[in-house]
Design a protein around this ligand. Structure first.
Ligand SMILES: [Zn+2]
Length: 340
């Protein structure tokens, strides 16, 4: 669609406040994706409210707002059931968390308990076993710590001079894209070397924020919580050989089932954009008998998603998703702007 036409239509959809957009693009529900739950003062130094964290106050507001809008907040089991049984009498949303941070338990759970609302945590095994390299946080810490940096990749060097916050944010994206492009070829030592860290320092860095296995089990037994999996090593699956991608998915399922003492039925693709997951990965999730798979591609849920349970879309969540932004998700304006 031509840009001027799209802007005109978007303006019309916003002005008519969902009356036109909701029946066309609002669908039957949607899924929100969060990562961390942290008090505001602990939010990202670079990205602030735009970062990976939601504050407990925000979650409290979000749930109250969705209740006021008369939208059901449901588990992923229930998302699947409603899609398969075409039970669209009421609109619904599922709230999801990726990776497996301890703050989901300490700061998040009490809010969900207060409202009696379910949620799912997709655990990447290398968080509870402390081997995850949280390079996105290391990168932020490094950029915040000074203005000039050198990142030595095996075949290239990126030199950064970034003084202002906006320059540091641009630098973060530049290095981030290079890391993702090279991640499957970089050794752990090479990746850690970008930040001057070794395995022991990394273990401490990850342990400080990760759910432990016993906390994961405790959460799995909680009536409001579902544990899903998010692979073993949080790698971009599409860039891996088939056998390695299969192992990443299957091994995480087997280990988490052992830890939680229950079947793990739901899966989230690491990073989740079309660069990191596609038909091959959706097929693996289906073959290994998961019941749903969620991506990180924005979009509302429609009845047709019943035929695509292994590539369900999700919207990024966080404190920056204001009442206006959330309304645009609910009434389909956001779906239109992402898909047309
Ligand atoms: Zn993740």
């Amino acid at each position: 669609m031509q840009d001027w036409l799209k802007q005109k239509l978007l303006g019309l959809l916003v002005k008519t406040n969902g009356i036109i957009s909701q029946p066309l693009f609002g669908g039957v529900g949607f899924i929100l994706c969060f990562h961390r739950v942290l008090p505001k003062e602990q939010h990202s130094k670079l990205f602030g409210n735009q970062g990976m964290a939601a504050s407990p106050e925000y979650l409290d507001w979000l749930i109250s707002f969705l209740k006021k809008k008369d939208i059901d907040m449901v588990s992923m089991d229930e998302v699947r059931r409603r899609l398969l049984e075409k039970d669209f009498r009421r609109r619904f949303v599922a709230i999801t968390f990726d990776d497996g941070y301890a703050d989901n338990l300490t700061y998040g759970l009490p809010i969900f308990e207060k409202h009696n609302v379910p949620f799912i945590i997709y655990v990447s095994l290398n968080l509870p076993n402390h081997s995850m390299i949280r390079w996105w946080d290391m990168l932020e810490d490094k950029l915040v710590s000074g203005d000039e940096h050198e990142f030595k990749f095996p075949n290239s060097i990126i030199n950064i001079k970034a003084e202002t916050i906006s320059e540091k944010i641009d630098a973060w994206w530049q290095v981030r894209n290079e890391i993702i492009a090279q991640e499957s070829k970089l050794s752990r030592a090479e990746l850690l070397g970008l930040f001057g860290l070794d395995e022991e320092m990394n273990e401490r860095f990850t342990q400080s924020v990760a759910l432990s296995f016993s906390q994961t089990k405790e959460l799995a037994q909680h009536p409001l919580v579902t544990i899903g999996t998010h692979t073993v090593n949080h790698l971009p699956l599409k860039k891996l050989e088939l056998a390695q991608a299969e192992r990443e998915i299957l091994d995480s399922k087997i280990k988490l089932e052992e830890v939680c003492g229950q079947e793990i039925k739901h899966f989230a693709y690491p990073y989740g954009s079309p660069n990191e997951c596609g038909e091959r990965e959706f097929g693996i999730a289906e073959r290994y008998e998961f019941e749903t798979g969620v991506t990180f591609q924005p979009g509302n849920l429609f009845p047709s998603n019943a035929n695509h349970l292994f590539s369900l879309p999700r919207y990024a969540g966080g404190d920056y998703v204001s009442e206006e932004k959330l309304s645009h998700i609910i009434n389909g304006v956001k779906h239109f702007s992402e898909h047309y």
